[in-house]
Design a protein around this ligand. Structure first.
Ligand code: GLY
Length: 310
């Protein structure tokens, strides 16, 4: 049994392994680990404490995929609920659909009794206000909700460092089943309703017991264009090992302009992990097997962008 996660998955990986040790499934472990990250108010990229959109509203996205059946569920632009990963799992299990967004996702969350939460923390609200006032006047900020040209502020306020934080979890249980989950508050100061790759199956998340699974963090606008998570799994299907598959998917992204920061984690069907980054020198991910007392932080392989192209 093994679980891997993006580095911010530290807060959930030990408990997720406990779930596997107690006989839980890979899906249970992924959901448990991600819920703990969603509860971590210190993480500005996931769940409560996540940075809000341009209008100061936190909108969450998440997806989960079962590698045994390729069943999946996803939600996007969900407000006021603590655990989008759980709502995504219930979409997968209770509806003949894969993807719910906005009001429909919130209505479904209410129907299943999902936990409501005030997602915008004082700290995140203060960070948002400070950033907005670097770009606009107090009067403009006060009228932002009615601004007929809201789109002009996306480029002005954008901070690439805050564009793509997210959490990834991949688990393989005692039966060899693989599951993959992703959750995020998305691009800080995004246009309302913007979805990144986290809830887009094939872009930010993909799992197939027969080959393995992959998940992404970083600028979702890139991995949606390249179908990155599905590509990693397909490269494994074509015979590449897990590290080669991640590097090849990263090379596909190198062709895209404008580019952006992307990290990938992946696990093959034999439980071998890999992780790559295109810009984080010293970037890490976390790994825990059932034989370990706690997780290990391992380096990501750096696959830097091509220089002088575009
Ligand atoms: N990777 C997260 C996002 O783009 O929203």
């Amino acid at each position: 049994m093994i679980i891997i996660a993006s580095e911010n998955g530290r807060v959930g990986i030990v408990e997720a392994m406990h779930v596997l040790r107690c006989g839980g499934s890979a899906l249970d472990a992924v959901e448990t680990g991600i819920r703990l990250v969603e509860d971590n108010a210190e993480d500005e990229t996931v769940g409560v404490g996540g940075l809000p959109n341009l209008l100061g509203v936190v909108q969450l996205d998440a997806s989960i995929m079962d590698g045994r059946t390729r069943a999946c569920g996803a939600v996007g632009a969900v407000r006021d609920y603590a655990h989008p990963i759980t709502i995504a799992r219930r979409v997968m299990e209770e509806l003949p659909h894969v993807f719910l967004v906005g009001e429909g996702a919130e209505r479904f969350a209410a129907e299943i009794g999902a936990e409501r939460r005030q997602l915008l923390t004082e700290k995140a609200a203060e960070t948002w206000r400070k950033r907005m006032l670097e770009a606009m006047s107090v009067a403009e900020l006060e009228r932002l909700g009615e601004d007929p040209h809201l789109r002009r502020w996306v480029g002005v306020t954008m901070d690439p460092r805050l564009a793509g934080g997210t959490v990834n979890f991949i688990a393989q249980d005692a039966e060899g089943n693989i599951a993959c989950g992703v959750s995020t508050s998305g691009w800080a100061w995004k246009y309302p309703g913007r979805l990144g790759d986290s809830p887009v199956i094939g872009a930010g998340n993909y799992a197939d017991n027969r080959y393995g699974a992959a998940a992404c963090t970083g600028l979702g606008e890139m991995t949606i264009r390249a179908g990155t998570a599905r590509s990693v799994v397909l490269y494994m299907q074509m015979g590449m090992d897990v590290e080669e598959a991640c590097c090849q998917a990263m090379k596909d992204l190198q062709e895209l302009r404008p580019g952006g920061g992307i990290d990938i984690i992946a696990l093959d069907r034999h439980g071998r992990p890999a992780a790559v980054s295109n810009e984080k020198v010293g970037g890490t991910y976390v790994v825990m097997t059932d034989e370990m007392d706690t997780y290990e932080e391992r380096p990501r392989t750096l696959v830097p962008p091509l220089v002088g192209k575009g």
